[in-house]
Design a protein. Structure first.
Length: 441
Protein backbone atom coordinates (compact mmCIF):
# COMPACT_ATOMS: atom_id res chain seq x y z
CA UNK A 1 0.00 0.00 0.00
CA UNK A 2 1.44 3.40 -0.97
CA UNK A 3 1.70 6.26 1.49
CA UNK A 4 -1.00 8.16 -0.42
CA UNK A 5 -3.51 5.34 -0.08
CA UNK A 6 -2.55 4.79 3.54
CA UNK A 7 -3.22 8.46 4.31
CA UNK A 8 -6.54 8.40 2.48
CA UNK A 9 -7.72 5.29 4.34
CA UNK A 10 -6.52 6.59 7.67
CA UNK A 11 -8.53 9.76 7.09
CA UNK A 12 -11.61 7.74 6.21
CA UNK A 13 -11.22 5.73 9.42
CA UNK A 14 -10.76 8.87 11.51
CA UNK A 15 -14.03 10.30 10.21
CA UNK A 16 -16.17 7.25 10.84
CA UNK A 17 -18.79 8.26 13.34
CA UNK A 18 -22.45 7.50 13.70
CA UNK A 19 -23.78 9.95 11.04
CA UNK A 20 -21.18 8.90 8.45
CA UNK A 21 -21.61 5.18 9.10
CA UNK A 22 -25.39 5.57 8.86
CA UNK A 23 -25.00 7.34 5.51
CA UNK A 24 -22.65 4.59 4.32
CA UNK A 25 -24.98 1.79 5.39
CA UNK A 26 -28.47 3.15 4.68
CA UNK A 27 -29.53 3.46 1.08
CA UNK A 28 -32.54 1.75 -0.47
CA UNK A 29 -31.21 2.32 -4.01
CA UNK A 30 -34.62 3.75 -4.91
CA UNK A 31 -33.14 6.48 -7.12
CA UNK A 32 -35.47 9.21 -5.83
CA UNK A 33 -32.47 11.45 -5.22
CA UNK A 34 -31.64 11.57 -8.95
CA UNK A 35 -34.12 14.32 -9.83
CA UNK A 36 -33.12 16.29 -6.76
CA UNK A 37 -29.60 16.82 -8.09
CA UNK A 38 -28.96 19.64 -10.54
CA UNK A 39 -26.16 17.63 -12.20
CA UNK A 40 -28.65 14.87 -13.03
CA UNK A 41 -31.31 17.34 -14.13
CA UNK A 42 -28.82 18.99 -16.45
CA UNK A 43 -27.51 15.69 -17.81
CA UNK A 44 -29.54 12.61 -16.80
CA UNK A 45 -26.94 9.85 -16.67
CA UNK A 46 -26.21 7.27 -14.01
CA UNK A 47 -22.94 8.95 -12.91
CA UNK A 48 -24.99 11.98 -11.88
CA UNK A 49 -27.29 10.13 -9.49
CA UNK A 50 -26.29 11.06 -5.92
CA UNK A 51 -26.61 7.45 -4.77
CA UNK A 52 -24.22 6.34 -7.53
CA UNK A 53 -21.62 8.85 -6.33
CA UNK A 54 -22.02 7.68 -2.75
CA UNK A 55 -21.72 4.08 -3.89
CA UNK A 56 -18.16 4.74 -5.07
CA UNK A 57 -17.16 5.48 -1.47
CA UNK A 58 -19.33 2.66 -0.11
CA UNK A 59 -17.42 0.19 -2.30
CA UNK A 60 -14.17 1.23 -0.62
CA UNK A 61 -15.75 1.25 2.85
CA UNK A 62 -17.14 -2.26 2.33
CA UNK A 63 -13.75 -3.60 1.34
CA UNK A 64 -12.29 -2.26 4.59
CA UNK A 65 -15.16 -3.07 6.93
CA UNK A 66 -17.19 -5.97 5.62
CA UNK A 67 -15.81 -9.45 6.16
CA UNK A 68 -17.59 -11.07 3.19
CA UNK A 69 -16.58 -8.16 0.93
CA UNK A 70 -12.93 -8.66 1.75
CA UNK A 71 -13.12 -12.35 0.88
CA UNK A 72 -15.39 -12.08 -2.14
CA UNK A 73 -15.26 -8.44 -3.30
CA UNK A 74 -16.94 -9.27 -6.63
CA UNK A 75 -20.10 -10.36 -4.80
CA UNK A 76 -20.58 -6.96 -3.17
CA UNK A 77 -18.70 -4.74 -5.67
CA UNK A 78 -16.27 -3.92 -2.87
CA UNK A 79 -13.14 -2.16 -4.06
CA UNK A 80 -9.65 -1.99 -2.64
CA UNK A 81 -8.59 1.63 -2.67
CA UNK A 82 -5.84 2.33 -5.17
CA UNK A 83 -4.52 5.46 -6.90
CA UNK A 84 -7.00 5.25 -9.79
CA UNK A 85 -9.99 4.83 -7.47
CA UNK A 86 -8.79 7.69 -5.28
CA UNK A 87 -8.39 9.96 -8.32
CA UNK A 88 -11.90 9.03 -9.42
CA UNK A 89 -13.34 9.68 -5.95
CA UNK A 90 -11.51 13.02 -5.76
CA UNK A 91 -12.95 14.13 -9.07
CA UNK A 92 -16.47 13.12 -8.04
CA UNK A 93 -16.32 14.90 -4.69
CA UNK A 94 -14.80 18.16 -5.97
CA UNK A 95 -16.41 18.50 -9.38
CA UNK A 96 -19.68 16.57 -9.36
CA UNK A 97 -21.16 17.57 -6.03
CA UNK A 98 -21.62 21.09 -4.73
CA UNK A 99 -22.64 19.80 -1.27
CA UNK A 100 -26.03 21.45 -1.74
CA UNK A 101 -27.94 18.84 0.32
CA UNK A 102 -30.96 18.83 -1.96
CA UNK A 103 -30.63 15.06 -2.38
CA UNK A 104 -30.66 14.58 1.39
CA UNK A 105 -33.84 16.54 2.00
CA UNK A 106 -35.54 14.66 -0.84
CA UNK A 107 -34.33 11.20 0.18
CA UNK A 108 -37.00 9.14 2.01
CA UNK A 109 -34.27 7.85 4.33
CA UNK A 110 -32.49 11.19 4.66
CA UNK A 111 -29.22 9.71 3.39
CA UNK A 112 -26.54 12.34 3.79
CA UNK A 113 -24.72 12.09 0.46
CA UNK A 114 -22.85 15.41 0.91
CA UNK A 115 -21.47 14.09 4.20
CA UNK A 116 -19.93 11.23 2.23
CA UNK A 117 -18.63 13.65 -0.41
CA UNK A 118 -17.03 15.65 2.41
CA UNK A 119 -15.44 12.47 3.74
CA UNK A 120 -13.89 11.91 0.30
CA UNK A 121 -12.71 15.55 0.15
CA UNK A 122 -10.99 15.08 3.51
CA UNK A 123 -9.36 11.86 2.28
CA UNK A 124 -8.14 13.60 -0.87
CA UNK A 125 -6.81 16.58 1.07
CA UNK A 126 -4.87 14.33 3.44
CA UNK A 127 -3.55 12.20 0.58
CA UNK A 128 -2.51 15.22 -1.52
CA UNK A 129 -4.95 14.73 -4.40
CA UNK A 130 -7.28 17.66 -3.60
CA UNK A 131 -7.24 20.66 -5.98
CA UNK A 132 -4.06 22.63 -5.35
CA UNK A 133 -5.73 26.03 -5.66
CA UNK A 134 -8.05 25.36 -2.69
CA UNK A 135 -5.05 24.37 -0.58
CA UNK A 136 -3.15 27.49 -1.64
CA UNK A 137 -6.09 29.76 -0.81
CA UNK A 138 -6.61 28.15 2.61
CA UNK A 139 -2.91 28.31 3.44
CA UNK A 140 -2.65 31.95 2.31
CA UNK A 141 -5.46 32.84 4.73
CA UNK A 142 -3.69 31.00 7.56
CA UNK A 143 -0.44 32.82 6.81
CA UNK A 144 -2.23 36.17 6.83
CA UNK A 145 -3.57 35.32 10.28
CA UNK A 146 -0.04 34.74 11.58
CA UNK A 147 1.15 38.22 10.67
CA UNK A 148 -1.66 40.56 9.58
CA UNK A 149 0.59 43.63 10.00
CA UNK A 150 2.11 42.91 6.59
CA UNK A 151 -1.29 43.49 4.91
CA UNK A 152 -2.78 45.93 7.37
CA UNK A 153 -1.12 49.12 6.12
CA UNK A 154 -2.28 48.49 2.55
CA UNK A 155 -5.75 47.53 3.80
CA UNK A 156 -6.07 50.74 5.83
CA UNK A 157 -5.10 52.79 2.77
CA UNK A 158 -7.85 51.07 0.77
CA UNK A 159 -10.33 51.74 3.55
CA UNK A 160 -9.36 55.43 3.63
CA UNK A 161 -10.15 55.65 -0.12
CA UNK A 162 -13.40 53.78 0.43
CA UNK A 163 -14.36 56.20 3.19
CA UNK A 164 -14.13 59.05 0.66
CA UNK A 165 -16.45 57.13 -1.65
CA UNK A 166 -18.79 56.43 1.26
CA UNK A 167 -19.07 60.15 2.07
CA UNK A 168 -19.63 60.95 -1.57
CA UNK A 169 -22.45 58.39 -1.90
CA UNK A 170 -24.19 59.22 1.37
CA UNK A 171 -23.53 62.97 1.40
CA UNK A 172 -22.57 62.47 5.05
CA UNK A 173 -19.21 64.01 5.92
CA UNK A 174 -19.11 62.08 9.18
CA UNK A 175 -19.62 58.63 7.66
CA UNK A 176 -16.78 56.29 8.63
CA UNK A 177 -15.51 52.76 8.21
CA UNK A 178 -14.07 51.92 11.61
CA UNK A 179 -11.44 49.19 11.64
CA UNK A 180 -10.69 47.10 14.75
CA UNK A 181 -12.67 49.44 17.00
CA UNK A 182 -12.37 48.21 20.58
CA UNK A 183 -15.71 47.49 22.26
CA UNK A 184 -17.84 47.84 19.12
CA UNK A 185 -21.12 45.95 19.23
CA UNK A 186 -20.77 44.34 15.79
CA UNK A 187 -17.71 42.95 14.05
CA UNK A 188 -18.58 42.91 10.36
CA UNK A 189 -16.57 40.33 8.39
CA UNK A 190 -16.46 41.07 4.65
CA UNK A 191 -15.15 39.11 1.69
CA UNK A 192 -12.17 40.24 -0.35
CA UNK A 193 -13.03 43.43 -2.26
CA UNK A 194 -14.66 46.82 -1.80
CA UNK A 195 -17.98 45.52 -3.12
CA UNK A 196 -18.53 43.69 0.18
CA UNK A 197 -17.40 46.60 2.36
CA UNK A 198 -18.80 49.79 0.84
CA UNK A 199 -22.52 48.82 0.62
CA UNK A 200 -22.70 47.46 4.20
CA UNK A 201 -20.77 50.55 5.38
CA UNK A 202 -23.50 52.72 3.85
CA UNK A 203 -26.15 50.71 5.71
CA UNK A 204 -24.32 50.60 9.07
CA UNK A 205 -23.75 54.37 8.96
CA UNK A 206 -27.39 55.09 8.10
CA UNK A 207 -28.52 52.83 10.97
CA UNK A 208 -26.05 54.59 13.28
CA UNK A 209 -24.73 51.16 14.22
CA UNK A 210 -21.85 50.66 16.63
CA UNK A 211 -19.77 48.52 14.27
CA UNK A 212 -16.26 47.79 13.19
CA UNK A 213 -14.74 46.14 10.15
CA UNK A 214 -12.69 42.97 10.40
CA UNK A 215 -9.26 43.01 8.80
CA UNK A 216 -9.86 39.42 7.68
CA UNK A 217 -12.17 37.92 5.08
CA UNK A 218 -15.04 35.58 5.88
CA UNK A 219 -14.28 33.01 3.18
CA UNK A 220 -12.79 29.77 4.44
CA UNK A 221 -11.31 27.43 1.85
CA UNK A 222 -10.51 24.89 4.55
CA UNK A 223 -14.26 24.19 4.59
CA UNK A 224 -14.27 23.27 0.89
CA UNK A 225 -11.35 20.93 1.50
CA UNK A 226 -13.27 19.35 4.42
CA UNK A 227 -10.03 19.90 6.30
CA UNK A 228 -11.15 20.74 9.83
CA UNK A 229 -7.62 21.56 10.92
CA UNK A 230 -7.13 24.17 8.18
CA UNK A 231 -10.70 25.45 8.49
CA UNK A 232 -10.22 25.98 12.24
CA UNK A 233 -6.99 27.90 11.71
CA UNK A 234 -8.69 30.19 9.19
CA UNK A 235 -11.67 30.72 11.50
CA UNK A 236 -9.51 31.28 14.57
CA UNK A 237 -8.30 34.60 13.14
CA UNK A 238 -11.83 35.98 13.39
CA UNK A 239 -12.67 34.33 16.71
CA UNK A 240 -9.51 35.88 18.21
CA UNK A 241 -10.28 39.25 16.66
CA UNK A 242 -13.85 39.21 18.02
CA UNK A 243 -12.59 38.26 21.49
CA UNK A 244 -9.81 40.85 21.38
CA UNK A 245 -12.25 43.62 20.46
CA UNK A 246 -14.91 42.40 22.88
CA UNK A 247 -17.75 42.56 20.33
CA UNK A 248 -21.24 41.23 21.04
CA UNK A 249 -21.74 39.64 17.67
CA UNK A 250 -20.13 38.95 14.36
CA UNK A 251 -22.01 39.68 11.17
CA UNK A 252 -20.99 37.71 8.12
CA UNK A 253 -21.04 39.24 4.67
CA UNK A 254 -23.36 37.87 1.98
CA UNK A 255 -21.63 34.50 1.70
CA UNK A 256 -23.20 31.05 1.98
CA UNK A 257 -20.32 28.85 3.06
CA UNK A 258 -18.88 31.45 5.45
CA UNK A 259 -22.26 31.86 7.14
CA UNK A 260 -22.60 28.08 7.52
CA UNK A 261 -19.06 27.84 8.87
CA UNK A 262 -19.34 30.61 11.48
CA UNK A 263 -22.96 29.97 12.41
CA UNK A 264 -22.83 26.17 12.78
CA UNK A 265 -19.27 24.85 12.92
CA UNK A 266 -17.18 27.54 14.62
CA UNK A 267 -19.19 27.63 17.89
CA UNK A 268 -18.52 23.87 18.23
CA UNK A 269 -14.87 24.11 17.26
CA UNK A 270 -14.23 26.95 19.72
CA UNK A 271 -16.64 26.05 22.52
CA UNK A 272 -15.60 27.96 25.63
CA UNK A 273 -13.81 30.67 23.64
CA UNK A 274 -16.89 31.76 21.78
CA UNK A 275 -19.61 33.76 23.48
CA UNK A 276 -20.81 36.07 20.75
CA UNK A 277 -23.74 35.80 18.36
CA UNK A 278 -23.35 35.11 14.64
CA UNK A 279 -25.73 36.64 12.13
CA UNK A 280 -25.80 37.02 8.39
CA UNK A 281 -25.87 40.51 6.93
CA UNK A 282 -29.26 39.52 5.48
CA UNK A 283 -30.75 39.25 8.98
CA UNK A 284 -29.27 42.60 9.92
CA UNK A 285 -30.81 44.26 6.83
CA UNK A 286 -34.23 42.77 7.59
CA UNK A 287 -33.96 43.96 11.20
CA UNK A 288 -32.98 47.53 10.24
CA UNK A 289 -35.89 47.80 7.81
CA UNK A 290 -38.48 46.36 10.21
CA UNK A 291 -37.21 48.53 13.10
CA UNK A 292 -37.15 51.62 10.89
CA UNK A 293 -33.42 52.08 11.49
CA UNK A 294 -32.91 52.64 7.80
CA UNK A 295 -35.39 54.30 5.49
CA UNK A 296 -36.09 52.61 2.19
CA UNK A 297 -38.34 53.74 -0.62
CA UNK A 298 -40.82 50.92 -1.44
CA UNK A 299 -41.06 52.21 -5.00
CA UNK A 300 -37.33 52.57 -5.56
CA UNK A 301 -36.88 49.37 -7.55
CA UNK A 302 -39.48 49.39 -10.31
CA UNK A 303 -37.90 46.60 -12.39
CA UNK A 304 -38.59 42.86 -12.19
CA UNK A 305 -36.53 41.06 -9.56
CA UNK A 306 -36.11 37.43 -8.54
CA UNK A 307 -34.16 35.91 -5.68
CA UNK A 308 -31.82 32.94 -5.78
CA UNK A 309 -31.68 30.99 -2.51
CA UNK A 310 -28.09 30.04 -1.75
CA UNK A 311 -28.09 26.42 -0.49
CA UNK A 312 -26.03 27.29 2.57
CA UNK A 313 -28.21 30.24 3.52
CA UNK A 314 -31.63 28.77 2.76
CA UNK A 315 -31.80 24.96 2.84
CA UNK A 316 -28.86 24.59 5.22
CA UNK A 317 -29.16 27.87 7.10
CA UNK A 318 -32.89 28.54 7.45
CA UNK A 319 -32.68 32.10 6.07
CA UNK A 320 -35.82 31.80 3.98
CA UNK A 321 -38.06 34.73 4.89
CA UNK A 322 -35.52 37.43 5.78
CA UNK A 323 -34.32 38.10 2.22
CA UNK A 324 -37.91 38.04 0.95
CA UNK A 325 -38.97 40.50 3.62
CA UNK A 326 -36.18 42.83 2.51
CA UNK A 327 -36.99 42.47 -1.18
CA UNK A 328 -40.72 42.91 -0.72
CA UNK A 329 -39.98 46.14 1.16
CA UNK A 330 -38.20 47.67 -1.82
CA UNK A 331 -39.23 45.87 -5.01
CA UNK A 332 -42.48 46.46 -6.88
CA UNK A 333 -42.29 43.41 -9.15
CA UNK A 334 -40.84 40.50 -7.15
CA UNK A 335 -41.04 37.10 -8.82
CA UNK A 336 -40.29 33.78 -7.16
CA UNK A 337 -38.40 31.02 -8.89
CA UNK A 338 -40.01 27.57 -8.75
CA UNK A 339 -39.05 25.63 -6.67
CA UNK A 340 -37.57 27.95 -4.08
CA UNK A 341 -36.58 28.30 -0.42
CA UNK A 342 -35.57 24.93 1.12
CA UNK A 343 -36.33 23.19 -2.18
CA UNK A 344 -34.38 25.69 -4.29
CA UNK A 345 -32.12 24.30 -6.98
CA UNK A 346 -28.40 24.80 -6.52
CA UNK A 347 -26.94 27.23 -9.06
CA UNK A 348 -24.03 24.84 -9.61
CA UNK A 349 -21.41 27.15 -8.13
CA UNK A 350 -21.22 25.87 -4.55
CA UNK A 351 -18.73 23.70 -2.73
CA UNK A 352 -15.73 25.69 -3.96
CA UNK A 353 -16.14 24.67 -7.61
CA UNK A 354 -16.22 28.31 -8.72
CA UNK A 355 -12.52 28.49 -7.85
CA UNK A 356 -11.65 25.41 -9.92
CA UNK A 357 -10.98 26.57 -13.49
CA UNK A 358 -10.42 22.99 -14.68
CA UNK A 359 -14.09 22.19 -14.02
CA UNK A 360 -15.61 25.37 -15.48
CA UNK A 361 -17.32 23.58 -18.35
CA UNK A 362 -18.90 21.02 -16.01
CA UNK A 363 -20.00 23.81 -13.66
CA UNK A 364 -21.71 25.78 -16.41
CA UNK A 365 -23.44 22.63 -17.70
CA UNK A 366 -24.70 21.81 -14.20
CA UNK A 367 -26.08 25.35 -13.89
CA UNK A 368 -28.49 24.88 -16.80
CA UNK A 369 -31.52 24.05 -14.57
CA UNK A 370 -30.90 27.27 -12.62
CA UNK A 371 -30.52 29.24 -15.85
CA UNK A 372 -33.86 27.82 -17.04
CA UNK A 373 -35.50 28.72 -13.72
CA UNK A 374 -34.25 32.29 -13.96
CA UNK A 375 -35.38 32.58 -17.56
CA UNK A 376 -38.89 31.39 -16.76
CA UNK A 377 -39.38 34.14 -14.16
CA UNK A 378 -38.77 36.74 -16.86
CA UNK A 379 -37.06 38.87 -14.20
CA UNK A 380 -34.24 41.15 -15.31
CA UNK A 381 -32.50 41.44 -11.95
CA UNK A 382 -31.36 38.38 -10.00
CA UNK A 383 -30.45 38.91 -6.37
CA UNK A 384 -28.13 36.37 -4.78
CA UNK A 385 -26.86 36.79 -1.23
CA UNK A 386 -23.76 34.66 -1.79
CA UNK A 387 -20.63 35.62 -3.70
CA UNK A 388 -20.12 32.13 -5.19
CA UNK A 389 -23.71 32.08 -6.43
CA UNK A 390 -23.32 35.56 -7.93
CA UNK A 391 -20.17 34.52 -9.78
CA UNK A 392 -21.87 31.39 -11.07
CA UNK A 393 -25.08 33.18 -12.10
CA UNK A 394 -22.96 35.85 -13.80
CA UNK A 395 -21.30 33.08 -15.85
CA UNK A 396 -24.69 31.47 -16.54
CA UNK A 397 -25.91 34.86 -17.73
CA UNK A 398 -23.14 35.03 -20.32
CA UNK A 399 -23.30 31.41 -21.39
CA UNK A 400 -27.08 31.07 -21.65
CA UNK A 401 -27.77 34.68 -22.76
CA UNK A 402 -30.08 35.38 -19.85
CA UNK A 403 -29.85 39.16 -20.25
CA UNK A 404 -30.00 39.80 -16.51
CA UNK A 405 -28.26 41.90 -13.86
CA UNK A 406 -26.88 39.95 -10.94
CA UNK A 407 -26.65 41.83 -7.68
CA UNK A 408 -26.19 41.45 -3.95
CA UNK A 409 -29.09 42.09 -1.59
CA UNK A 410 -27.26 44.88 0.23
CA UNK A 411 -26.59 46.75 -3.02
CA UNK A 412 -30.30 46.77 -3.83
CA UNK A 413 -31.13 47.99 -0.33
CA UNK A 414 -28.63 50.84 -0.71
CA UNK A 415 -30.28 51.66 -4.06
CA UNK A 416 -33.64 51.87 -2.26
CA UNK A 417 -32.22 54.26 0.32
CA UNK A 418 -32.26 56.95 -2.39
CA UNK A 419 -28.92 58.48 -1.44
CA UNK A 420 -27.26 61.40 -3.22
CA UNK A 421 -25.21 59.04 -5.39
CA UNK A 422 -25.60 55.35 -6.38
CA UNK A 423 -23.08 52.62 -5.66
CA UNK A 424 -20.65 51.97 -8.51
CA UNK A 425 -22.44 49.89 -11.17
CA UNK A 426 -25.87 50.53 -9.66
CA UNK A 427 -26.83 53.58 -11.73
CA UNK A 428 -30.61 53.35 -12.33
CA UNK A 429 -30.25 53.59 -16.11
CA UNK A 430 -27.92 50.61 -16.03
CA UNK A 431 -29.91 48.59 -13.50
CA UNK A 432 -33.23 48.88 -15.32
CA UNK A 433 -31.80 48.97 -18.83
CA UNK A 434 -34.26 47.59 -21.38
CA UNK A 435 -37.22 47.44 -18.95
CA UNK A 436 -40.43 49.35 -19.60
CA UNK A 437 -40.40 51.06 -16.23
CA UNK A 438 -40.24 54.60 -14.99
CA UNK A 439 -36.73 55.05 -13.64
CA UNK A 440 -36.88 56.84 -10.27
CA UNK A 441 -34.97 60.13 -10.10
S1 LIG B 1 -29.82 8.13 -1.32
FE1 LIG B 1 -31.95 8.04 -0.64
S2 LIG B 1 -33.15 8.66 -2.44
FE2 LIG B 1 -31.08 8.13 -3.17
S3 LIG B 1 -31.21 5.99 -3.75
FE3 LIG B 1 -30.51 6.02 -1.60
S4 LIG B 1 -32.39 5.87 -0.38
FE4 LIG B 1 -33.03 6.40 -2.46
S1 LIG C 1 -25.46 17.40 -2.44
FE1 LIG C 1 -26.37 18.42 -4.22
S2 LIG C 1 -24.81 18.26 -5.83
FE2 LIG C 1 -24.27 16.76 -4.22
S3 LIG C 1 -25.20 14.86 -4.90
FE3 LIG C 1 -26.67 15.86 -3.52
S4 LIG C 1 -28.02 17.06 -4.87
FE4 LIG C 1 -26.21 16.51 -6.08
Amino acid sequence: MTETIELALKTLEAQLNQPLETALEACARCGICAEACHYYRAEPKVEHIPAYRAEQLRNVYRYEHDFISRLFPVWTRAKKLDETTLANLTEIAFSQCTLCRRCTVNCPLGVDTPLMMRAIRAMATAAGTAPEILIMLADAAIEKGKDPSFYKEMFLEQIADMEKQLRDITGDENATIPVEKQGAKILYVPLAGAHTILPPAVVFNAAQEDWTLSIFEASNYGVFLADVNRAKQVAKRIVDEANRLGVEEIVISECGHAYACYRWDVPNWFAGQFDFKVRSLIEVLAGYISDGKIKVDPTAIPGSVTYHDSCNLARNGGLLEEPRYVLKSIVRDFREMTPNKAEALCCGGGGGIVALAEYAERRIAAGKPKADQIKSTGARTVVAACENCRLQIGDLNEHYNLNIHVTALTDLVVQAMRLPKPLPGMEAEHLFEGEQVEVPR
